[in-house]
Design a protein around this ligand. Structure first.
Ligand code: C5P
Length: 311
């Protein structure tokens, strides 16, 4: 397994925040978080090939989900490539191709997964020899969720969500993910959080604390206790901007989901179900009233960004 690869393919997972506690914003407007991330088996794929024109960086996207994906220099996979070149001094190029399956601007870290998969793929294609730890540190400069997309599994995120500690989560969980259409911009949801806190004269803590009950429920593999512990402090601002999310969450619970939350900054909703069959039943019932919902079943995943093909 040496020599110069011509093509490397990597995948990286979308994520759900099983709990998300939000603290005060710093001078850059970034909020302190205590969050439990869980990777799911809904993957972004990034193929990186050595280009015809040796120094060129190009991008194409094949999206299997609704929504616009930027293909200019603002795309996180291209930014990951530019950052790797700046940090390592390499002048190599790449033709990147993303296959998107994680909802766009849906609160599931799809853009971050693109960046993570690009970092891992280019590290091999360009034979840079960086460790996962180094890729995670670089990724933090691209977005707060990028280090988790490199690590995967289940992890506690503190700082801005970029300081990670793996947590034991022995029970595989089945999730029904429902995308209600439309997008929520993460900065807008955090701004609504600040506005609602100011209105209520509430002072978000400087350092929010992790939900210890949830960590214990995960370690014990107690699905009912995990369901009870699902909580997201971006729920209120997300519902403030998208009131229909509340109805869908209520419908998911009424139709038998063990628990349901807004995923990250939304608008994707994540419902914990017993198994795939139970998830299909909940999905069918919820979609009787809301036929526009795009619902997908997935499972928690132990994997982060990883290489799946090298030629
Ligand atoms: O890090 P990322 O680019 O994903 O963040 C997008 C935006 O979400 C930030 O510009 C910021 O407005 C908000 N954010 C935040 N606090 C965090 C993470 C993100 O306020 N911990």
């Amino acid at each position: 397994m040496s020599g110069a690869p011509q093509r490397v393919v990597a995948t990286a997972p979308g994520k759900i925040n099983l709990s998300l506690r939000v603290g005060a914003a710093d001078e850059r407007g970034y909020h302190a978080l205590a969050t439990v991330f869980q990777a799911v088996d809904l993957l972004e794929t990034v193929e990186a090939r050595l280009p015809q024109d040796p120094g060129a960086l190009t991008l194409t996207v094949d999206s299997r989900v609704r929504g616009d994906v930027p293909v200019d220099a603002s795309n996180l996979a291209l930014r990951a490539a530019a950052l790797l070149r700046a940090e390592t001094g390499t002048t190599q190029g790449a033709a990147l191709h993303i296959t998107k399956r994680v909802p766009v601007a849906g609160g599931m870290g799809g853009g971050s997964a693109d960046a993570a998969a690009a970092l891992v793929a280019l590290n091999r294609l360009w034979r840079l020899g960086l460790s996962d730890r180094e890729l995670m540190l670089l990724g933090a400069g691209l977005g707060a969720d990028v280090p988790f997309a490199v690590l995967g599994g289940t992890a506690l995120g503190t700082g801005n969500g970029d300081q990670l500690q793996r947590v034991p989560a022995p029970a595989p969980l089945t999730w029904l993910l429902c995308a209600p259409g439309g997008h929520l911009a993460t900065p807008e949801v955090f701004r609504a959080f600040d506005a609602l806190a100011a209105q209520a004269d509430a002072q978000p803590p400087r350092t929010p604390r992790a939900d210890q009950h949830q960590l214990a429920a995960l370690a014990a593999g107690d699905r009912e206790a995990i369901a009870r512990s699902l909580a997201n402090e971006l729920h209120e601002p997300a519902v403030h901007l998208r009131p229909d999310l509340q109805e869908i969450l209520s419908a998911l619970r009424e139709h038998g989901a063990l628990g349901a939350i807004v995923s990250g900054s939304g608008p994707t909703l994540a419902a914990l179900v017993r198994d795939a069959q139970h998830g299909e039943e909940v999905s069918a019932r919820v979609r009787e009233d809301r036929g526009d919902l795009e619902c997908t079943l997935t499972r928690s995943s132990p994997y982060g960004a990883r290489i799946v093909a090298v030629d």
